[in-house]
Design a protein around this ligand. Structure first.
Ligand code: ADP
Ligand code: MG
Length: 365
């Protein structure tokens, strides 16, 4: 068991990388604490598999270090890292029985046969594989093979960490839900560090206590599902998490205040100051649809708008309108009134974030 530290880590698949685009992992620091249930969430191609393979040792990073506790692992081959990895597609020995497949990782490290039988029985039971133990793996369905693959990852409870790389892709939705629960149970029982890669935010937040959101080769935010929702650290997290995603509008300094397009903004003075002092002109204000307030009457800090569209979604509605030329959305619960065509919008300051070069900046009072 170990804490996993990624130190000034970067990786390029090219021998002579030139710019940041040549890097699958752009220089990053990260710590996975021992015993955590983590998700690594991000769109296809952002570097999730590359990062897992660097941790497990299948890939040697071109820059930086991987440490388990205080020990540098870069030169150590996968079999000496004591890590279990489960891939997107099943990795099983077709000619072996399910039992022997599950026993393989244990026998590999010289586990006594008595214990092998105990552990295999336990994992088979957890994954509903008991009835299949005597079958040859080649006769299994894709679902069953993937469960065997997962079982091989879970059978040793003395590993430093278990890495899952989108393991439920080939599993049908019904079973997916059940397996995710099982993983969580196993995590709670054995307190093994688990890193679970997915591109699905729901899957990430049901499995993990903390989520690392990855974008263009970097972890742009590491936090609880609630932190990602309430204070996205990067505009990408704002777009990617939540449904619909966060509203953003470009802003600029104007006189003593700030503007968005042709709209003069009424902002708290700390926010105005931060906009004025910014060293970049790439400034955005962001607010989640859940926190946007629609009013039928004006107030000092509300802006006139025209409702464009109301989408009924059962227990809530998505109301869209143009704000400073940008399409904004408000999410209203079914009991909240929807103003008529002409309305006013208010952005409560507690939920309004300032983003400079796409990263959120904390603004004092
Ligand atoms: P993810 O798992 O998030 O979909 P990957 O880690 O597979 O992302 O890929 C990250 C980037 O590295 C992508 O641009 C991908 O095309 C590139 N890449 C992945 N594997 C290789 C490889 N073996 N050789 C060259 N480029 C690769
Ligand atoms: Mg991948």
């Amino acid at each position: 068991m170990a804490r996993i530290t990624l130190k000034s880590l970067a990786h390029s698949y090219f021998p002579q990388p030139v710019g940041p685009e040549d890097y699958a992992i752009r220089e990053m620091e990260h710590v996975w604490e021992q015993g955590g249930a983590y998700a690594l969430l991000g769109p296809s191609g952002c570097g999730k598999s590359t990062l897992l393979n660097i941790i497990s040792g299948l890939l040697t990073p071109s820059e930086g270090q991987v440490l388990f506790d205080d020990r540098v692992m870069n030169e150590l081959p996968p079999e000496e890292r004591n890590i279990a990895q489960v891939f997107q597609f099943p990795v099983v020995y077709d000619t072996m029985t399910v039992f022997d497949n599950l026993a393989f990782p244990l026998r590999n490290v010289g586990t006594a046969e008595v214990e092998v039988h105990e552990r295999v029985a336990e994992v088979a039971d957890t994954l509903d594989l008991t009835a299949l133990l005597k079958r040859k793996a080649r006769n299994l369905s894709a679902d069953e093979k993937q469960k065997v693959s997962m079982g091989r990852g879970l059978v040793r409870n003395d590993v430093s960490a278990i890495l899952f790389d989108e393991p439920l892709t080939v599993i049908d939705p019904q079973l997916k839900w059940k397996l995710r629960r099982k993983l969580k149970e196993i995590h709670e029982r054995f307190n093994i560090t688990m890193i679970y890669v997915t591109h699905d935010q729901l899957e990430a937040s049901t499995f993990a206590d903390q989520i690392a959101v990855m974008y263009e080769g970097q972890v742009v935010q590491f936090g609880t599902p609630r932190e990602l929702f309430e204070a996205p650290a990067h505009t990408f997290v704002g777009y990617f998490i939540g449904s619909p995603g966060m509203n953003f509008v470009e802003v600029a300094q104007s006189g003593s205040g700030a503007r968005a397009g042709s709209v003069d903004l009424v902002l708290p003075s700390a926010l105005e100051r931060a906009i004025k002092q910014a060293h970049s002109s790439n400034l955005k204000l962001g607010i989640r649809p859940e926190f946007v307030e629609l009013l039928s009457r004006p107030t000092a800090d509300a802006y006139p708008i025209e409702i464009d569209n109301v989408q009924e979604l059962g227990t809530y509605r998505i109301v869209s309108f143009l704000f400073a030329g940008v399409l904004f959305r408000a999410r209203l619960e079914e009991d909240q009134p929807v103003p008529q065509r002409k309305a006013h919008v208010r952005f409560p300051e507690a939920w309004l974030g300032l983003y400079i070069d796409d990263f959120r900046v904390e603004v004092g009072q």
